[in-house]
Design a protein around this ligand. Structure first.
Ligand code: SF4
Length: 179
């Protein structure tokens, strides 16, 4: 049987969701036997090929992240929103109380530890901020929601095992938090 191909990416996020994947511990050996990991921060393969399952951690906060999310959606059959940032927007949404221009000023000019005498706010090479940080399903269709900050490793394993059984997983309520 062909192994299902999986791609993962992290957008506006910390590394916690991917660390939780590694926290599956030794059970990851059997999992990696059953699937083919393609583009992920773990393999460091950047180009997303056509895959069976795409996994996104992190919210959408800038144009580059939006581009990657749209690409992942196009390349995968089943899209998983992985972790509170992808599902709800998470901690990234703390910036939504101010305009994107104010966020840049706070980040590049006004921060208490910032030294920027010329007051330059980079543009061009730095992807433009979206007006607000948003959950990924504001822009792409999501098939499976896996909340948690981060999702518990047992929950992540459950989701992949369900997919390997040919089912679209629905995470039970009692698995929606980190134990
Ligand atoms: S959900 Fe939590 S652990 Fe996952 S990327 Fe967001 S802040 Fe990090």
């Amino acid at each position: 049987m062909t192994k299902p191909k999986i791609a993962t990416t992290w957008l506006e996020a910390c590394a916690g969701c991917h660390m939780s994947f590694l926290d599956i511990d030794e059970r990851i050996v059997d999992l990696l036997d059953a699937v083919e990991l393609t583009s992920t921060p773990i393999t460091d393969i950047k180009e997303i090929p056509q895959v069976d399952v795409g996994v996104i951690s992190g919210a959408l906060g800038n144009e580059e992240e939006l581009h990657i999310a749209l690409k992942m959606r196009k390349q995968c059959k089943i899209l998983i929103a992985w972790g509170d940032c992808a599902v709800f927007g998470g901690i990234n949404c703390m910036r939504n109380f101010m305009d994107a221009s104010e966020v840049l000023k706070e980040g590049y000019k006004n921060g208490v530890s910032t030294v920027n005498p010329e007051g330059i706010i980079p543009g061009g090479d730095v992807p433009a901020l979206l007006p607000k940080a948003i959950p990924i399903d504001y822009k792409v269709k999501v098939d499976v929601y896996v909340p948690g900050c981060p999702p518990d490793p047992d929950t992540i394993l459950y989701v992949f095992q369900e997919i390997l059984q040919g089912r679209i997983p629905k995470v039970p309520v009692d698995m929606m938090r980190y134990d």
